[in-house]
Design a protein around this ligand. Structure first.
Ligand SMILES: [Zn+2]
Ligand SMILES: [Zn+2]
Length: 241
């Protein structure tokens, strides 16, 4: 698992017939107070756990899992990972936390047809994604994670509770599925999505100085060109109404 900087390890998603989200481990390795950002697709839990161990990180130092959002390709293997890390807390934006606590899986599957396909494909029963959430984020918090500081930014549009994590000193942005490399953005047709909210979220991210972009899928970008997010927002503006 490549180390991006002193404060971030990268676990690339292992796409199968569906995408598997990337995961990141935040915090200085000496802190023993690490955070895993996102889990991944169903069945990818042991791959993610092994990647962490191969990097020489003690599982016991992972204290929490922070979800950028709760689509299936990010939360699918959360239960598998929590089995290995039963002490880990679960943190996410309150709007998606409230759904999961009620066992409302519309935000996980995004659309009914996809739910039916996945339940057949993976042999999932209704209620497979009911979780208790330890900390419900609002956006605007400053989190101290393993001797590093991250700002939480609520960036709805791709999903209602999407959050970005921003490390201001190193200009690192983890935007979930809101913006990717190659001027791509997250889809905005699923349950809880909203094109005009996505536009606003992109505009607010464009105000940040970002050098390292660590999205939920596809390439990560180091040395992000100046105004990259603003350009991306402008490019997509006609579709985001
Ligand atoms: Zn997503
Ligand atoms: Zn995704």
């Amino acid at each position: 698992m490549p180390k991006i900087t002193e404060e971030v390890f990268y676990i690339p998603g292992q796409d199968a017939f569906m995408p598997d989200s990337h995961a990141y481990v935040l915090g200085k390795s000496t802190s023993e107070d690490l955070s895993l950002v996102d889990a991944g697709l169903l069945g990818k839990g042991s791959y993610k756990i092994q990647s962490i161990q191969k990097a020489g990180i003690e599982l016991s130092s992972i204290k929490r899992i922070i979800m950028t959002h709760t689509h299936l390709d990010h939360i699918g293997c959360l239960a598998e990972i929590l089995k290995q890390l039963p002490w880990a807390e679960l943190w996410m934006h309150h709007s998606e936390a409230d759904l999961l606590e009620q066992g409302d899986e519309r935000g996980v599957y995004g659309m009914d047809m996809f739910r039916v396909v996945c339940q057949l494909q993976f042999g999932l029963k209704a209620g497979a994604f009911k979780f208790q959430v330890n900390r419900k984020l609002q956006g605007g918090e400053t989190l101290e994670l393993g001797n590093t500081v991250w700002e939480v930014i609520h960036i709805p549009g791709h999903s209602m509770g999407s959050i970005g994590l921003y490390h201001r000193p190193m200009k690192i942005l983890i935007p979930g599925d809101v913006v990717y490399s190659d001027h791509a953005i997250g889809r905005f047709d699923l349950y809880g999505a909203d094109a005009s909210e996505l536009k606003k979220s992109l505009i607010s991210l464009a105000e940040l100085e970002v050098d390292i972009l660590l999205p939920g899928h596809n390439q990560i970008v180091e040395g992000l060109p100046k105004n990259y997010i603003l350009k991306t927002a402008k490019q997509w503006e006609p579709y985001l109404k």
